[in-house]
Design a protein around this ligand. Structure first.
Ligand SMILES: Cc1ncc(COP(=O)(O)O)c(C=O)c1O
Length: 387
């Protein structure tokens, strides 16, 4: 049988993640800066074990049962308090939906808002798996370049005007404002204000993807969340337990207006009915007991130390002409080589000859043809090579 003859047009828009492909051929003899995983020593494993036992002892009948699509009420109440501490005010649980990681939320964003041919704006470069999630729905994605302060808002406005002039339908601007994946850049407060102002003027949605804000490890205070500054309900806020607890829980959440959350619930119903009830009760209890808040300073310390080590090594070993970002959040450093180097072509040699892996920068660009960057993950590798 030829399965290709059965596949939908949509399936043909799906592409394997280069990163996941890469991870497959990295063996234990390779130092990999290619993945995007947290440091396993940051997981509160013992506490999760205790909480799981308690949840199953006291509320197994609820925790092992089907649940509502929106999510477990206790968890949404805890998240309301958790977000309140960073200035995000929501009226109540009706403004939150619990998803299977932020990744599911990104897919739902695509389902809800993108018609084939619609325009979507992202930072350039941007989170690869967001591009993959959106592309399934056939949008035209325009990447707006960044500098050390985040998305270039003057370029952004030019792009918006052009799309409107050409009669295009522009839906949303997707940003990762803090510790961006892949660059590690944190958008400045000025840019945040300008971005909100532009979105308001042109009546656009903003998708704020914030996996890293809670573990910001810079010396100064992190800039405010866009959602905390949003007086018009145009920011759809995505976050996750993957970086503040453990990605294996597969728990994320979305905060938005109750109307938007209803649409998310409708979309999620047909995808998976609801997120794991057991994991939601565990997360609610981790928040209620303060496990997550107590663990956050420890995560920040681990990542600050590892970032410093990588920055120090780059300073020591990188030749002239190579530049890199100095992140205060997130898990990645973005490194740019002179233009004559193609980091995609170099990867084979890096792995085979030098036993080092990274992710070539090319696939993070929605539409620019750039081949001389790479993404380096500093959170997963150990400070010492184990061989
Ligand atoms: C910017 C960004 N968004 C979303 C995700 C997805 O995270 P999860 O599905 O584990 O919540 C990640 C994971 O690395 C990320 O970096």
């Amino acid at each position: 049988m030829n399965i290709n003859e059965f596949l939908s047009d949509r399936s043909k828009l799906m592409k394997a993640s280069e990163i996941r492909e890469l991870l497959k051929w990295v063996t234990e003899n390779v130092i990999s800066f290619g993945g995007g995983m947290p440091d396993p020593s940051s997981f509160p494993a013992k506490e999760i074990m205790e909480v799981t036992k308690d949840v199953l002892t006291t509320k197994a009948e609820k925790a092992l049962q089907y649940g509502t699509t929106g999510g477990v009420l206790e968890l949404k109440e805890e998240l309301t308090k958790f977000m309140d501490k960073v200035g995000i005010k929501v009226d109540g649980p009706e403004n939150i939906i619990i998803t299977v990681g932020s990744q599911e939320a990104l897919d739902i964003v695509g389902r809800l808002f993108i018609n084939p041919g619609d325009y979507v704006i992202t930072e350039s470069p941007t989170y690869l798996a967001a591009l993959q999630a959106f592309r399934i729905y056939g949008p035209r994605i325009i990447g707006v370049p960044m500098d050390e302060y985040g998305i270039k808002v003057d370029v952004l406005e030019g792009v918006i005007k052009k799309v409107i002039e050409d009669g295009g339908k522009l839906k949303f601007i997707y940003v990762v404002p803090t510790g961006q994946n892949p660059t590690g850049i944190t958008m400045s407060m000025e840019r945040r204000k300008a971005l909100l102002e532009i979105a308001s003027r042109y009546d656009l949605l903003i998708i704020e993807d914030d996996p890293y804000g809670y573990i910001y490890f810079g010396d100064e205070e992190p800039p405010m969340r866009l959602k905390a500054m949003d007086s018009e309900g145009r920011v759809i806020y995505l976050s996750t337990f993957s970086k503040i607890a453990a990605p294996g829980l597969r728990l994320g959440w979305v905060a938005a207006s109750d109307e938007v959350i209803k649409w998310f619930e409708l979309a999620k119903q047909s995808i998976d009915l609801h997120t794991s009830t057991l994991n939601q009760y565990i997360a609610a209890e981790l928040l209620r007991r303060g496990v997550i808040e107590r663990n956050i300073p420890r995560i920040k310390e681990i990542y600050r130390t590892k970032r410093d080590l990588m920055l120090q090594a780059l300073n020591e070993y990188m030749p002239e002409g190579v530049t890199w970002t100095k992140p205060s959040a997130g898990m990645f450093i973005w490194l740019t080589t002179p233009k004559k180097i193609d980091t995609g072509e170099m990867l084979g040699t890096a792995i085979k000859k030098y036993g080092v892996a990274y992710v070539p920068g090319k696939s993070f660009y929605p539409n620019e043809d750039r081949h001389n960057d790479m993404r380096l993950n500093f959170t997963y590798p150990t400070p010492q090579a184990d061989f």
